[in-house]
Design a protein around this ligand. Structure first.
Ligand code: P6P
Length: 352
């Protein structure tokens, strides 16, 4: 039991001389936990810090989007046929530029690029990490000022580092990821990430331009009052999914869905609930991209105590991946609710 003296000393250690609780910036947090990372040379820490820098640059433009005319459809289409918004292009360019300049990354895969990118690597460097990302997820919300996000995952390369990164480096199962995170550009800007030792959240303090630890060791509630699905596709879902969605409605759960995976999952991280993007006739393999949406978000959700399965009840992180922009069906969120969904699939599905 903490003695009063011990408690007071703990409190003082965490407060500055104004009696305010000490701010821990993302950089300080990363450095303090460097020994937890797979590489204590500092390379992994610098990579994570560079992601934070890119997020701050993108955040600045997301917040100004309505003012500096970088709204509106770029006109082109990305690898999966989504209309590309100018902010998509900007975010993609900034993350690629920052990660390439870091010298810590030997390859980048992005939703916005058909093929993976091999950055120019300084002669004295042999970077071991690759980054997979959706630089601006939910971008259809940009024009209507609804929150959007960045999703990223980090792997160690598996091909010999004597040569350039290979496609096999990107086609690794999600369980091989060494880090994953998201940035939510919302009412405030949050960076949430894991390196496999729990999940922590950092809120951007614009007055000092730093991400500051605001949500330590995030744990998702085992259940919640929210379910998140595009109800408009209800009739296109398989029977077992429709039965589970009916069950959520019968329980008077609240439907919350804004078409931005980061925002919809972020709510569930704190309030509990379940997010579903099942396969449909339009998307027989599911719509969400396995490499840079499903894998990273599943890693984070599992690290926070949740679960993430495909609609065939396979663990997302164990799914094999054969193509960069491959998609998957997905159900993820509070463990008790995902397990209940599993029971519905087993009961109503033709697969049993
Ligand atoms: P729909 C955004 O385009 C996205 O990739 C995810 O962020 C989001 O959850 C989903 O697609 C929304 O798709 O078909 O419901 O508009």
């Amino acid at each position: 039991m903490l003695t009063k003296l011990h408690f007071l000393s703990l409190l003082l250690r965490n407060t500055n001389h104004f009696g305010m609780s000490k701010i821990e910036t993302l950089d300080e947090f990363i450095l303090k936990r460097q020994d937890e990372h797979t590489d204590s040379s500092g390379s992994f820490s610098r990579l994570l810090r560079d992601i934070g820098i890119a997020a701050k640059i993108v955040n600045r433009e997301v917040n100004k989007a309505g003012l500096v005319n970088i709204l509106g459809v770029e006109g082109s289409q990305n690898s999966t046929g989504d209309e590309v918004q100018k902010l998509d292009v900007f975010a993609n360019e900034k993350f690629i530029e920052t990660l390439s300049m870091s010298g810590e990354v030997c390859g980048i895969a992005s939703e916005e690029n058909m093929e993976f990118i091999i950055p120019e690597i300084p002669a004295h460097k042999k970077p071991q990490y690759i980054v997979v990302m959706d630089p601006l997820d939910g971008s259809s919300n940009i024009d209507v000022n609804v929150s959007v996000g960045t999703i990223f995952g980090v792997y160690k390369r598996i091909s010999p580092d004597s040569g350039p990164v290979q496609k096999e480096d990107f086609l690794q199962k999600g369980s091989n990821m060494v880090a994953a995170g998201y940035v939510l550009y919302g009412t405030s800007t949050l960076l949430v990430y894991t390196t496999g030792n729990g999940v922590n959240g950092f809120t951007l303090d614009p007055s000092i331009g730093e991400f500051c630890l605001s949500h330590r060791n995030i744990k998702m509630p085992e259940a919640g009052n929210y379910y998140s699905v595009n109800q408009g596709y209800y009739l296109k879902f398989d029977l077992e999914m429709r039965r589970y969605i009916d069950h959520c409605s019968d329980l008077n759960l609240r439907l919350r869905y804004i078409g931005s995976m980061v925002s919809d999952i972020h709510r569930i991280m704190f309030q509990g609930g379940i997010f579903l993007y099942p396969n449909t006739r339009k998307y027989p393999q599911g719509k969400l991209r396995l490499l840079y949406e499903c894998y990273p978000m599943s890693f984070i959700v599992e690290q926070a105590g949740g679960m993430a399965l495909s609609c065939k009840l396979e663990r997302i992180l164990d799914l094999e991946i054969k193509k960069l922009h491959e998609t998957s069906s997905i159900v993820m969120g509070s463990s008790k609710m995902v397990r209940e969904m599993k029971e519905f699939v087993e009961k109503y599905s033709a697969i049993n």
